[in-house]
Design a protein around this ligand. Sequence first.
Ligand code: ADP
Ligand code: ADP
Length: 218
Amino acid sequence: MIEARELTKRYGGKTAVDHLSFTVRPGLVTGFLGPNGAGKSTTMRMVLGLDTPCSGSVTVGGRSYGRLPAPLRTVGSLLDAKSVHGGRTVRKHLLGLARSNAIGRRRVDEVLELVGLTEVADQRAKGLSLGMGQRLGIAAALLGDPEVLILDEPVNGLDTEGIRWIRDLLKSQAAQGRTVFLSSHLMSEMELTADHLIVIGRGKLLADTRMREFIETN
Ligand code: ADP
Ligand code: ADP
């Protein structure tokens, strides 16, 4: 569960996130919709403890990560797939991440299998296609078997097959009881993926509703 209460972030004179309150529940895929610049990434960074709110609060499973990154075991995130591309092989990248988070080696193989990267595990992470790189980012997010998955624009730049794959994965993760929170600027994508929808514009909450109700009333 993610709970934001009056969450606010300003950069200089500009308010990126403006008194935003919402709850993201387990067992559902919750979409976070808004145009570019609406404040989605800033909000997600505060949830993850990668950015500090100016006022208000946000908790994950009752804990606040205001000044420290949330542990991989609590939250798996795909904020920036580029950060997982190293000169190392796919497997070594995940092994490094596992070691620094006290996660066993066996989990690395499990996750490689889960995201369909077993075949390319010994290739350099840098040489992966965009779609495969995205899978590696998701593998990293799943490594700690986290309660909460946070994905910022996970389908950007992917082809139809890649998009469908991510959609199915997120739905199955939610069906297993995880809290899944993903952002997008595309309503068409949200309609196909999300059970619940939180809409923001200029940092402010515009809607917080079941997807079905949103479609019926808009
Ligand atoms: P979105 O993810 O919805 O595209 P962002 O959260 O990235 O929106 O950005 C919200 C607003 O805050 C934008 O106007 C953006 O330029 C601004 N912003 C985001 N991060 C910073 C930063 N580190 N410094 C200054 N302005 C920022
Ligand atoms: P997105 O559109 O996916 O939110 P951005 O390109 O807006 O990504 O932001 C990428 C990075 O740059 C983020 O770390 C964000 O905080 C930072 N950033 C965004 N806008 C600004 C800005 N106006 N000034 C400084 N940093 C910014």
